[in-house]
Write a protein that binds this ligand. Structure first.
Ligand code: 13P
Ligand code: ZN
Ligand code: NA
Length: 283
């Protein structure tokens, strides 16, 4: 059955690697990522954003993830990404999610603490992991839009206080990455990652994984990032493969045909990201 992501990420933090967390939007995307993890014996975090939960329904997503966990021997967690809505978090936990993110990063510190504490309380009872965000990650992730001028980095001492006050098991501090594809290279504040990791012992989460060059991912992981979220690049790989099927054969109308290269492209992309994370063979 699905596992909480807390022990997976603690093991990653203690052993200096990172677990890939993949945003999926369809059954085929979920299957492709699961196959990638199973073949490479990698621990896996499947994620859905609020938009995907609304699109498919939490019960369908949880059932598919549970099936994957039943069919494969690798540990699989199911995570709700960037949620601002307490009621939806409770609904997803009831549906079987084993990890949730309460994103109150747009609120002042005290309000972020209060909202996160409330989620930690309900999640703890269910054995579910909680992730929260400090500072504001820039870019566009579903319904959450943060302009470059509004993105702010997390303060290390605030991170420590935040973890103490909330008891949150995993923390996503904004350190210069952004959601979506970068124009040029990301400007990651590595000193800040190090400073945060020195005062916070819980696993840290790297958002905005798409487009980060491999050396920068490796460096961030070596400094204490234990989970990397990847969304945009997966969607692009999947969709581009479908587009090229229709470019070559505009008459194609069988999803069982045009989804095949899309799954394959996504699977290859996922394995590449798992290699970057260093989680291959860690299942
Ligand atoms: P990217 O879309 O840049 O991969 O970011 C993913 C993410 O952080 C999801 O929470
Ligand atoms: Zn994110
Ligand atoms: Na990104």
């Amino acid at each position: 059955s699905l596992v909480s992501s807390t022990p997976l990420l603690q093991h990653a933090r203690e052993n200096g690697y990172c677990v890939g967390a993949f945003n999926v939007h369809t059954l085929e995307m979920l299957q492709a990522v699961v196959e990638a993890a199973a073949e490479t014996e990698s621990p896996l975090i499947l994620q859905s954003t609020v938009g995907t939960v609304k699109h498919l329904g939490p019960d369908y997503i949880a059932a598919a993830a549970q099936t994957a966990a039943k069919l494969h021997r690798i540990p699989i967690a199911l995570h709700l990404d960037h949620c601002t809505d307490f009621d939806l978090i409770v609904k997803c936990i009831r549906a079987g999610y084993t990890s949730v993110m309460i994103d109150a990063s747009h609120s002042p510190f005290d309000e972020n603490v209060a909202q996160t504490r409330k989620v930690v309380e309900v999640a703890k009872a269910a054995g579910v992991n909680v992730e929260a965000e400090l500072g504001k990650v820039g870019g566009v992730e579903d319904e959450i839009v943060v302009g470059e001028e509004d993105a702010t980095l997390a303060d290390p001492l605030e991170c420590r206080r935040f973890v103490e006050l909330t008891g949150v098991a995993t923390l996503a501090p904004a350190i210069g990455t952004a959601h979506g594809i970068y124009k040029g290279e990301p400007k990651i504040d590595f000193d800040r990652i190090q400073a945060i990791a020195e005062v916070v012992s819980v696993p840290l989460v790297l958002h905005g994984g798409s487009g980060i060059p491999v050396e920068q991912v490796r460096r961030a992981v070596s400094l204490g990032m234990s989970k990397m979220n990847i969304a945009t690049e997966l969607r692009i790989a999947f969709s581009n493969a479908i587009k090229s099927v229709f470019d070559q054969n505009p008459e194609e109308n069988d999803p069982r045909k045009y989804m095949v290269p899309a799954k394959q492209a996504l699977k290859e992309m996922a394995i590449e990201k798992m290699r970057m994370c260093g989680c291959i063979g860690k299942a």
